[in-house]
Design a protein. Structure first.
Length: 285
């Protein structure tokens, strides 16, 4: 029986985003949603309408887990996001029903602010590239990965490290070599906050750069280029998919965490994670 996962898709490239999550969660039954208020005064793109449905809490309640994606709105205050009220209702519902949650990039920012009052700080420039990550606190979500694993980051804001340090209900599990957040987990709630776009495929960064360049009319002055992504960085050529193993391990581990081993008899990685837990090699702190 497939695990059922709902995904609120609020990324800019919604069709590509759906393809990416279908790839990394190929063994799951995925349902994609969109926030209704966002399209009250604008046309819902036809291509998106074919692959997603309006957010419905009744249907969300039938899911085994839920994901909220990133969104290119880090510079906007949370309460000025046009679907913020609906998002808060979703947060409350997921929390009440104790549905396992994975929040990605801006989704993680929004959830940390809503649930724990963590502040958001603008970065001086876009964090954009592939960086090595340091594991601060082991977690089964990082099983199979060692400190130094690579992960892609793409954002204009960071959550307050000072606020996080004062919050006893949260654990910072991994940070990037640049000192930015990679993975945060809750201690008593089924919540995972992933600041890396691990769903990204090999061409995602070049597409993101090209989109931002086009939005600026082709003016690349001051536009951040993806770091440690191209084999030929000078000419921005030959992108490298160096986070592929990280992607495979993380999403397999997360799937293992949201379903009992008995419900997925062909998933050998579930037994592996359970074994790690039993022998105490990995602990959530």
């Amino acid at each position: 029986m497939q695990v059922k996962i709902g995904i609120l898709n609020i990324m800019h490239d919604k069709v590509d985003t759906q393809k990416r999550f279908r790839h990394v969660l190929a063994d799951a039954d995925l349902t994609f949603f969109y926030p209704k208020p966002h399209y009250q005064k604008r046309q819902l793109p036809a291509a998106f309408a074919k692959i997603a449905e309006p957010l419905d809490l009744v249907k969300v309640g039938t899911m085994d887990a839920f994901i909220i994606t990133g969104a290119p709105i880090e510079k906007i205050p949370f309460d000025q996001v046009d679907y913020w009220d609906e998002l808060r209702q979703l947060f409350a519902f997921l929390d009440e029903k104790q549905i396992p949650q994975l929040y990605v990039c801006w989704g993680a920012m929004a959830a940390l602010n809503h649930f724990y009052g963590i502040g958001k700080d603008a970065l001086a420039g876009k964090l954009f590239g592939i960086y090595r990550q340091q594991i601060l606190q082991p977690t089964p979500l990082l099983a199979g990965l060692a400190s130094g694993f690579k992960a892609p980051h793409a954002r204009y804001a960071e959550m307050s490290h000072q606020d996080l340090a004062k919050q006893p209900e949260l654990t910072v599990n991994a940070i990037s070599e640049t000192g930015h957040l990679c993975l945060v987990t809750a201690k008593t709630r089924p919540q995972v906050f992933l600041f890396s776009h691990l769903e990204y495929g090999p061409s995602a960064f070049i597409k993101e750069y090209d989109r931002e360049l086009a939005a600026r009319g082709g003016d690349d002055r001051g536009l951040s280029k993806p770091q440690q992504y191209f084999a030929d960085e000078e000419h921005m050529a030959d992108p490298q998919f160096t986070w592929e193993e990280t992607q495979k391990h993380f999403f397999a581990n997360w799937l293992a965490s949201i379903q009992p081993a008995s419900s997925c008899k062909t998933c050998s990685w579930i037994a592996k994670i359970q074994e790690f837990k039993q022998v105490g090699n990995l602990q959530n702190n």
